[in-house]
Design a binder for this molecule. Structure first.
Ligand SMILES: [Zn+2]
Length: 251
């Protein structure tokens, strides 16, 4: 069985959600962690998880929303739902810069503190912002508090620095892209007990489905590429990444 540790469902796609989960189950994707990103989608994703046994959710706000005021008391209430298994998707995005950078940093620190308060792992997005992400994690998470860098696509050097701090690294469909040699190189540096898999759907459909809408049903395509790269069997990769996810998210 497989575990898609990171994907999204747009609010407009709500009527299709159950079909998306069913299609994944048919591909033996038996655990799914739906990511929250905005004030609107937090209650929506948690509500979906509440209705499906094998679907879990995160609570948190994506750095793209940093310019919108938020109420931490409300987010704390949402995070207390039993199907919420992490605080995310949180972090810094200096590539798109949709949110003011100062506000992004304040919001990120607020949510790391919430992760500590709620005793939940943190799901961290970091794009073109390694140094600030690293510093804010060091300042706000106590040593040993679980966190992951999702859709990791940084440099080998950055991956090694994250691994030294105890981070989990999550690999998406980019590992199948012809040009993504850096992702395949990083893969070889990740200890097998720190590796997670994700589709980050509906974005980043893996080869041979590029250009199509991605879904959690595509995790086996990503896992097969990871297996090929690491010289492991597909079953071994399914088992170890699912076990890592269950341990990390306490499922
Ligand atoms: Zn995401």
């Amino acid at each position: 069985m497989w575990f898609d540790t990171h994907f999204h469902i747009d609010l407009e796609k709500a009527p299709l959600a159950h079909d998306i989960f069913e299609a994944a189950r048919k591909m033996d994707v038996r655990l799914m962690l739906l990511q929250s990103t905005s004030l609107e989608d937090n209650p929506f994703t948690i509500g979906l998880a509440d209705k499906e046994d094998d679907v879990y959710a995160t609570a948190g706000l994506h750095p793209h929303t940093a310019d919108t005021p938020y109420d931490m008391a409300l987010l704390k209430e949402l995070a207390a739902h039993p199907k919420v298994k992490a605080i995310g998707e949180i972090g810094l995005d200096y590539y798109y810069d949709f949110g003011d950078r100062v506000k992004q940093r304040i919001m990120f620190a607020d949510f790391l503190k919430l992760a500590v308060e709620c005793n939940l792992p943190a799901v961290i997005h970091s794009r073109d912002a390694f140094e600030d992400t690293y510093a804010i994690v060091q300042d706000n998470l106590p040593q040993g508090h679980p966190f992951e860098i999702h859709s990791f696509t940084g440099s080998v050097d950055e991956s090694l620095q994250w691994l030294q701090t105890g981070a989990m690294l999550s690999i998406n469909g980019m590992v199948t892209f012809k040009k993504a040699d850096n992702v395949r190189e990083i893969l070889h540096h990740i200890p097998l007990d720190r590796l997670l898999l994700e589709t980050d759907s509906p974005y980043l459909a893996p080869v041979p489905l590029r250009g199509q809408e991605n879904t959690p049903a595509n995790i086996p395509l990503i896992g097969a590429k990871v297996a090929e790269e690491l010289g492991l069997s597909v079953e071994q990769v399914a088992k170890l990444t699912t076990e890592n996810g269950r341990r990390f998210f306490n499922i």
